[in-house]
Design a protein. Structure first.
Length: 276
């Protein structure tokens, strides 16, 4: 069987982080620590040997024994039923995206979802080249007239007429207070409306994972996301934070924005995606 672990017991799966990459993984640690939203499913709630760590509505990651039949034999049915229900109820999500960190888990997951028509891809991970960013930022388009760039605070969130930021933060954080106390972000506004925003979606120690989006299609290609990101990166540099950028290999727009900001390729992991 596969069981949902109580949040207070999340630290029990820390021993399953077996490789240096897993032990230092930003998303895994942010969820296990209880900082960011996520659900952990295990084979045994007392002494887990294998776990699925689900970043709510975003990605699923696997840790521990990939040959544990007590977990693997139930995984197909679990994904098709319980995980589908939990994903929809928690955030309205309709897709399963697995990120696998090694060949053993890649083979296991491929076998488990072999009855599905899935899309293989790679999640690319980038690190910031500060010197490159400092050079590139001089070429960014200036903020157009009628727009303002602000750090995200409670007033910005509460005065947003479309409640865009509240919805975005709810995807990653247990509360707005948690976001404001543990991380930060910057946004481009027109009046009180949020046009584009760059913010921390996962935090572990000094590492901050970036989430960036322009919410109005008519406002795209004006350099607004670039300016929000630039302000965010300046804040990281000034305060000793380490910004992390990741995107699917097939997401050309995100890849190009990261490149424009001075991010350089660091590593990649195989991914599998299908609609529930």
């Amino acid at each position: 069987m596969i069981y949902k672990l109580d949040k207070k017991d999340y630290p029990k799966v820390r021993a399953l982080l077996q490789t240096p990459e897993q032990q230092n993984d930003l998303t895994l640690n942010a969820i296990i620590n209880g900082t960011n939203r996520g659900t952990i499913y295990v084979d045994d709630v007392n002494q887990p040997r294998t776990a699925l760590v689900d970043q709510t509505g975003v990605i699923s990651m696997f840790i521990g024994d990939a040959a544990n039949e007590q977990f693997i034999s139930h995984l197909r049915e679990f994904i098709d039923n319980q995980l589908k229900i939990d994903t929809h109820e928690s955030c309205g999500g309709t897709y399963f995206i697995a990120v696998v960190s090694d060949d053993t888990w890649e083979r296991t997951v491929e076998e488990v979802i072999s009855h599905r028509e899935y899309e293989p891809d790679y999640e690319f991970y980038f690190q910031l080249n500060r010197e490159k960013f400092n050079t590139l930022k001089t070429s960014y388009k200036p903020l157009p007239e009628g727009y303002i760039l602000k750090k995200i605070d409670l007033e910005v969130i509460q005065n947003d007429p479309d409640e865009i930021l509240s919805e975005v933060l709810n995807e990653f954080w247990y509360s707005v207070d948690d976001f404001l106390s543990l991380s930060f972000g910057y946004c481009v506004m027109k009046g009180n409306s949020i046009i584009s925003a760059c913010l921390s979606c996962c935090v572990y120690e000094k590492d901050h994972e970036i989430s960036v989006e322009t919410y109005d299609e008519e406002e795209m290609n004006k350099g607004l996301a670039t300016l929000a990101c630039a302000a965010y990166l300046e804040h990281c540099i000034e305060n000793g934070f380490v910004p992390r950028w990741s995107t699917m290999e097939t997401n050309e727009e995100s890849y190009q924005l990261g490149k424009k900001l001075g991010f350089e390729f660091e590593s990649k992991c195989k991914t599998f995606e299908f609609e529930f």
